[in-house]
Design a protein around this ligand. Sequence first.
Ligand SMILES: Cc1ncc(COP(=O)(O)O)c(C=O)c1O
Length: 409
Amino acid sequence: MTYDVSSIRRQFPILQKKIGNNPLCYLDSAATSQKPQCVIDAVVDFYMTKNANVNRGVHALSEEATVAHDAARETVRKFIGAKHAYEIIFTKNATEAINLVARSFGDTLKSGDRIALSILEHHSNMVPWMQLADTRGIGLDWLPMTDDGYIDVEATDVILKKGATKLVAISGLSNVLGTLQPIEKIIDIAHKNGALVLIDASQLAAHEVIDVQKLDCDFLAFSAHKTYGPTGIGVLFGKAEILKKIPPFLGGGDMIQTVTTQGFTPAELPRKFEAGTVAAADAAGLAAALNWMEAAGMKAIKQHEASLITHALSSLQKINGLQILGPTDPKKRIGCISFSIEGIHPHDLTDVIGKEGVCLRAGHHCTQPLHALLQIPASTRLSVAAYNTVEDIDWCILSLQKAISLLRK
Ligand SMILES: Cc1ncc(COP(=O)(O)O)c(C=O)c1O
């Protein structure tokens, strides 16, 4: 069956929007993806027909809300191939999921233990570990990157063989270079050396089929808003045997079994890690989004995006003075292309093209250490999703060329 991008686009109401007289040309899905009507409907339907506090009442509406929330958890379980639904913890976003691991797993570490993370991580997968290092005397090891944008597996092996690493926290797909990281190999090396692995799947989840059992990762985090779902909800997967052993993250209602003046006992999984009122409407939206991706076909979306990336790479490379960050072989890229242009600041560039309706991201993309390594303060990023077209890319390239001539005058 051919990929019908027009029919996909019709499902995203925001794509009808105009910026001035120009159609919206949204090429910033690595920051957040747009939402299909079915996701918007699922959130609205929850509020219109099921709204009640999940787990807290025995009345009919609360039961319906709880059933919907449990169903959403089951949808996430299937989407990432987890063994048990209670291994799926709903968080606010990927950032909170990583913080949960840093605080709760971090609590089980002792001074002298080490965490390894790569130089290309998003700040969300750096700062929580730095905070842990500051407060508990944990050492950090920085896994280096090869020249073509991959975490260096051999260097990782050398670091992990020292035996002090308790956890490796790495991204599955770089949000700047678009490089799919060798996570299977790193998980294998980590486990052989007694370390657990957290995969930051914030970018990966929108583009690749994930099977946490096959991968054998210990933790995996992603945000709904990058997988066509709502903002305000994210996912932490953790292996049951580990989640059972580590202490709760946030305290409050719903995460307890009993409370006395002497203390509390935590609830069973997954509620142990879901303190307070949960984002039930957003969970319904997330489930609709994951179902939408599966109905559109993960493989079909991936192929479509690969053809857009191939086209964008060859068009961008024809622009004078433009330097692509990371590999120029389209087969080595998924989802995004970041670049810099000699003599032009990314903010000026994206400001000019933004007025024409073209949405690209400018800045360090929350990866300052990676940009420092590349010796540039900032870059411009083009990223694609299921709804983008060759026309989007061509319009973007034309706008870039016009903006460059204007800014070079
Ligand atoms: C690789 C990566 N990790 C983590 C995050 C953080 O995601 P969120 O802000 O949704 O928590 C992002 C978001 O851009 C990302 O690209």
